[in-house]
Each structure stands twice: as structure tokens, then as C-alpha cells.
Design a protein around this ligand. Structure first.
Ligand SMILES: N[C@@H](CCC(=O)N[C@@H](CS)C(=O)NCC(=O)O)C(=O)O
Length: 201
């Protein structure tokens, strides 16, 4: 059985937990407390030298890291990763967009404002990330203007990756009122079979 190294409040971990659940893949969860620096312990660094969750141990001693790579691995051969070349590459395009333009810009303000409650200390960094995050959210809003899902009008791992931090962006101080299409899409993601929620902070 897969072993999943997880921090329940993490959006990156949530992506993997949601996909494992929706695909009906059994897994054992091992909680890693990033607030107690458990990702810096030597034993954990052997699993991921980059010191971050999520990590999926797919067989004893074989570890996959980077949330979106894990999504690609798990979704291979399922309806959540299209086989047609262009659709597949467009899924990857959104996975890369999520990592470079969206994820950290939403997750870092959320971490400082709602998880560690250090908004004042990190005020200027929060402002910096929110400016970039709003640009990324606008890109998503425009894309969704004439679509229900991100790729080929079907639910894919692109939706899972983008949804993880977007649906909790207000916890990072984001005003989501300018993004009604994103709100519709979030409702659609929540209505997918075997949907599970991200833990409340
Ligand atoms: N690009 C990585 C980012 C992973 C990441 O930033 N993980 C955070 C939790 S969301 C973490 O483990 N932080 C602990 C640390 O940096 O010490 C991914 O998508 O998996």
C-alpha cells in the first residue's frame, strides 16, 4: 500500500489526498508536522532531500516528491489525465502555471495570515505575493469565461492542482469577488464524485 507523508493543512498535500481518494486508491497516511520542522529531520530528508511534503512512497524505499508530479503518476491511465497529445500537454501547461504563477503566491499569504498568524511580520511579502497571485487568478478567470473545466471540458488533474489553494484563497487575504467564474468552477469541482475537503485551519 502507498505511504503518504502528509501535512493536513497543506494545499499541496491536499491535491494528492483528493486524487488518491477520487481514484479509490488505498493509502496509509503518515503526518509530518511542518510547524515543528519535522521536514528537516534527517530521516525525512532521506525521503525528500528538499525537505517538503507531500511525499508518496510508492514501494518501500521509492519516494515521489512534488505534488504535481505525484498527480501525473497517479492519474496515468485514468480519465483524469487525457491521452490525446494536445490535451495532455495542456494539462501539464496548467500544472506548470500552478507551480510558478499561482501556488506559492496563494499559499504563502495563507500560511502567514491564517496558519502561523504572523501577518504583521510578513506584511510586505504578503503584499508582494498577493499582487502576483491576483494576476494569476485573473488568467484563470479569463480562461474559465467560456469553459467549465481547464482542459477539454473534462475534470482533470489540472483542476485538482489549481483548485487546492484557489478555493481557500480568502485565508490568504484575497478578495475573490472579482472572480465569479472561478467561484462557479470551484462549485463544480466540489460536486465531483468522491470529493473530500481540505482540513479547516
Ligand atoms: N513544489 C512543492 C512544494 C511543496 C511545499 O512547499 N511543501 C510545504 C507544505 S505545503 C512544506 O513541506 N514546507 C515545509 C518546509 O518548507 O520546511 C510541491 O508542489 O509539492
Amino acid at each position: 500500500m502507498y505511504k503518504f507523508y502528509d501535512f493536513p493543512l497543506s494545499g499541496n498535500c491536499y491535491k494528492v489526498r483528493l486524487l488518491l481518494t477520487q481514484l479509490g486508491i488505498p493509502f496509509e497516511t503518515i503526518n509530518v508536522d511542518i510547524l515543528q520542522q519535522e521536514t528537516s529531520l534527517p530521516d525525512f530528508l532521506q525521503k525528500n532531500p528538499n525537505g517538503k511534503v507531500p511525499v508518496l512512497e510508492i514501494e518501500p524505499g521509492t519516494f515521489l516528491t512534488e505534488s504535481n508530479s505525484i498527480l501525473l503518476y497517479l492519474a496515468e491511465g485514468t480519465a483524469l489525465l487525457p491521452t490525446a497529445k494536445l490535451d495532455r500537454i495542456q494539462v501539464m501547461q496548467w500544472l506548470f502555471f500552478e507551480q510558478f504563477s499561482l501556488g506559492a503566491n496563494l499559499s504563502r499569504p495563507r500560511f502567514w495570515i491564517s496558519v502561523t498568524q504572523q501577518a504583521e511580520k510578513f506584511a510586505s511579502l504578503i503584499q508582494y505575493h498577493q499582487r502576483l497571485g491576483n494576476v494569476a487568478l485573473q488568467v484563470m478567470e479569463q480562461h474559465l469565461a467560456e469553459r467549465s473545466f481547464f482542459v477539454n471540458e473534462q475534470y482533470t488533474i489540472a483542476d485538482i492542482a489549481l483548485y487546492a489553494y484557489t478555493h481557500r484563497a480568502t485565508e490568504g487575504g484575497y478578495d475573490m469577488s472579482p472572480f465569479p467564474k472561478i467561484a462557479d468552477w470551484c462549485r463544480l469541482v466540489r460536486s465531483q464524485p468522491q470529493y473530500v475537503s481540505l482540513a479547516a485551519i
